[in-house]
Ligand binder design. Structure first.
Ligand code: CU
Length: 473
């Protein structure tokens, strides 16, 4: 499957989505044929081919599931199954997901739509789907053992309800939940308003993604499912930087980004260059009187937030989780701080005994980004990514918001790197430097220099060692 249009060219569901009338009664009685995605690239918005019109979302490194109309009911077919997900170029993970990818496809419907979701289980164990945040009949809530028997391997269950509230939702299993979510089973759900809504603005671009995390040992493919806190891959839609696509906008666009958190910790999501407001949660649109501007919003576990702003500053703006460990890929946490320690000689001696011994960060950790050390197969560098001016030294939950005057409306392609106009970029100062004033005020009122007779002055003796070339890495 290569393009959005291809969805509609195949048999079964595909044809139905274009013109329900062309599909026979027999086909309508059968299950909608599941549609599968074989790539991790951001797919263009799925313009609704039938049903009520709406302005579709773009799922970061994801896609929207096509549906068929069956007597006024929107029918979707989700298949829970093992998938191979590319986390970033150079690393693939063996996950569980839906319809070929993890996360599963985004479900987009309109407020008031009657929705029928067929869920087929191709996993080796039972599952269910919980429709997080929806108002629905209790028996459709998808809680294994509580509201329904679990869906056994090979079986298909049907969920049906009316999408009563417009807003930002997600779906995930409620059966062996720890395992199944650690394996990547989750998806986004957007219910568009059926008419102009006082609290839901029209936007030019509407992005969505889920926060998720994995613990995959370097060189291996399958997440460790018992990990509670110490994950080593912090991902957006099961992608880590530099595998996360940029959010490409036209200058002056009103932009909405919808984010849901299905990790085990909170993520303060931070946007550079713009202020945004939180316009909604999984509980619905936020009253205007309760909105305020910020540049970071914390998204707790199990929460959803939708942020909105005017993209009115050109450039390539960093957009990331503000926990600095979440913008790194797999790393060892038990690494001593070696800043200021010249351990090159020692390292040579240790390497002769333990060949894989790795020296880290004598001048900081930036050397890690430039270090060309061999990594096990299927392992992402801890800090990586090349920008137009050098290494970006990021990983995990990091990407960019690209704002361009030349970007065409409805064009989501990557415009490349921003070219800083002359005189608008930080530059090196090459003139002589004045003596720093702060040293003259040393020993001022609040921290007087110790002058006890006979005592040694309380000045620390600091040996400064200039950074030198590092041959030991
Ligand atoms: Cu984070």
């Amino acid at each position: 499957m290569t393009s959005r249009r291809e969805f509609f060219k195949g048999a079964g569901l595909a044809g139905a989505a274009i013109a329900a009338a062309t599909v026979s009664k027999v086909a309508m009685a059968a299950l909608p044929e599941p549609v599968t995605m074989d790539k991790a690239a951001t797919q263009p918005p799925l313009i609704p081919a039938n049903g009520r019109a709406y302005n579709p979302v773009v799922t970061l490194n994801g896609w929207t599931l096509p549906w068929r109309m069956n007597n006024g009911v929107k029918e979707f077919h989700l298949v829970a199954e093992p998938v191979v997900r590319e986390i970033a170029p150079g690393m693939k993970a063996h996950l569980w997901g839906y319809n070929g990818q993890s996360p599963g496809p985004t479900i987009e419907v309109v407020e008031g739509d009657r929705v029928r979701l067929f869920v087929t289980n191709r996993l080796p164990e039972y599952t269910t789907i919980h429709w997080h945040g929806q108002r629905l009949p209790n028996g459709m809530d998808g809680i294994g053992g509580l509201t329904q028997p679990q869906i056994k391997p090979g079986k298909t269950f049907v969920y049906e309800f009316v999408a009563r509230r417009p807003g930002t939702f997600m779906y995930h299993p409620h059966a062996d939940e720890m395992t199944q979510m650690a394996m990547g089973m989750m998806g986004f759900w957007v219910t568009h308003p059926k008419a102009k809504h006082a609290l839901i603005d029209d936007v030019n671009r509407d992005f969505c993604f889920l926060l998720n995390a994995y613990d995959i040992d370097p060189g291996s493919y399958t997440p460790k499912i018992n990990t509670m806190l110490d994950f080593n891959l912090w991902t957006w839609n099961s992608r880590a930087f530099p595998g996360i696509d940029s959010l490409n906008c036209r200058f002056g666009d009103k932009v909405r980004i919808r984010i849901g958190n299905l990790t085990m910790t909170n993520h303060p999501i931070h946007l550079h260059g713009h202020e945004f407001v939180v316009t909604g949660t999984d509980g619905g649109p936020t009253p205007k009187s309760a909105r305020w501007h910020e540049v970071t919003t914390d998204i707790a576990v199990g929460q959803m937030r939708q942020i909105e702003f005017l993209a009115d500053e050109e450039g390539d703006w960093a957009f990331h989780c503000h926990k600095s460990h979440h913008t790194m890929n797999a790393m060892g946490h038990d690494v001593p701080n070696m800043i200021g320690v010249d351990h090159r000689g020692i390292a040579k001696k240790i390497t002769s005994l333990i060949p894989e011994y790795m020296v880290m960060g004598e001048r900081g950790m930036a050397d890690m980004g430039e270090m060309e050390m061999p990594l096990p197969d299927n392992t992402l560098p801890m800090m990586t990514g090349q920008g137009p001016y050098g290494g970006v030294e990021m990983g995990g939950m990091f990407t960019t918001l690209k704002v361009r005057k030349e970007q065409k409306p409805a064009d989501y392609t990557d415009p490349g790197w921003y070219k800083q106009p002359a005189g608008t970029q930080a530059y090196e100062w090459t003139e002589p430097l004045a003596e720093p004033q702060r040293f003259k005020s040393e020993g001022g009122q609040s921290m007087p220099v110790q002058t006890t007779p006979g005592a040694k002055p309380a000045t620390a003796e600091v040996k400064v060692r200039k950074p030198a070339g590092h041959s030991g890495h």
